[in-house]
Design a protein around this ligand. Structure first.
Ligand SMILES: Nc1ncnc2c1ncn2[C@@H]1O[C@H](COP(=O)(O)OP(=O)(O)OP(=O)(O)O)[C@@H](O)[C@H]1O
Ligand SMILES: C=C(C)CCOP(=O)(O)O
Length: 299
């Protein structure tokens, strides 16, 4: 008779390891699609259909990576945060949702309130694609849209961080209520990243997956392979030119990501920015491999 050894006992819940992974909106969607809607009141550019395009190939590979990360080590929980990409930034920019309610202009306020509803709906659509791709990779995930549990913007937003009882908690950048005259604002996934990475028990890695190799000394258009910074610290912030496409993004770009990472690093957590088009780098960064190509963020 073959004796099958019993599975190792589950470690107590508090000893699980937690990995916080943010998937950049530029990886999952084409942020510049239909971007003519940017610039605060310019033309519509591409239509809504152009704006809501998901890169399913990349999404599938990234969700498979999440499964690999979960399978690599026993009793791991992944907090997966995703950005908005073209599903959020373009309309939010057009209606200036990042600034909150425009004072003394009922017509624009009306348009803004409609846009708040639309962007929340678009984010739920993007999130549904991500949940489907996770399910296809057999990841047991549950999603929590911030507009239903968070208030306020920036890393000090209010609201208790929700966690799934399963192996993966999912949340994302969103339009949230703001409890003052602004009425609403944009809560970036980078702010959620800071809070989950600093407040969760047992965080072993916090990783930003984006569409560049890491923090570059110069903007990506003019960068060569040698321009990747292996480390970036808020103390030497002149080491890189961190440009930000304000015509598209309503949140902070690579500079905000690096600064958010530095807050997490200050809490003693290992933080990396890696290129999410290379699934092996995402897995290695999440599993604490030192030699992975990317930028380690220091306090
Ligand atoms: N010095 C730099 N180093 C790296 N990236 C830079 C630099 N300057 C500008 N960038 C741009 O920053 C972008 C990454 O920031 P961005 O906020 O767009 O990322 P994202 O992954 O889409 O995140 P989010 O989901 O928060 O929108 C890159 O696509 C790159 O073009
Ligand atoms: C634009 C919206 C709705 C959210 C922005 O989230 P981010 O892409 O994570 O910064």
């Amino acid at each position: 008779m073959v004796v099958v050894p019993p599975p190792p006992p589950h470690p107590p819940r508090h000893s699980r390891r937690v990995i916080v992974l943010k998937l950049g909106g530029s990886l999952l969607t084409n942020k510049s699609t239909g971007g003519g809607g940017g610039g605060g009141g310019g033309g519509d550019g591409g239509g809504d259909d152009d704006m809501l395009l998901v890169d399913f190939g990349t999404l599938t590979l990234l969700c498979q990576s999440v499964k690999t990360i979960l399978d690599t080590q026993y009793h791991t929980h992944v907090v997966l945060i995703h950005g908005a990409g073209s599903f959020g930034h373009i309309k939010a920019r057009k209606y200036r949702l990042n600034l909150g309610l425009i004072p003394a202009d009922p017509e624009q306020q009306n348009a803004q309130r409609n846009a708040v509803r639309e962007v929340r709906k678009d984010m739920l659509t993007l999130n549904a694609h991500i949940m489907q791709a996770l399910a296809n990779s057999n990841v047991d995930a549950q999603s929590y849209a911030p507009h239903s549990w968070a208030k306020g913007t920036g890393p000090n937003f209010k609201g208790e961080l929700p966690y799934s009882k399963g192996e993966c908690t999912v949340t994302h950048g969103d339009v949230v209520d703001v409890p003052d005259e602004r009425e609403f604002g944009i809560l970036s996934g980078d702010d959620l990243f800071v809070r989950y990475a600093t407040e969760s028990q047992g965080v072993t890695a916090a990783v930003f997956a984006t569409d560049v190799d890491g923090v570059l000394k110069v903007p990506p258009e003019s960068a060569t392979a040698d321009d990747l910074l292996e480390t970036w610290s808020s103390r030497d912030n002149e080491a890189a030119e961190l440009s930000h496409d304000e015509k598209i993004d309503v949140t902070g770009g690579i500079g905000y990501k690096a600064a958010s990472g530095a807050l997490v690093a200050a809490a003693g957590v290992r933080v990396l920015i890696v290129n999410g088009h290379y699934a092996d780098r995402v897995v290695a960064a999440c599993n604490g491999v030192d030699s992975v190509r990317g930028t380690r963020i220091l306090p």
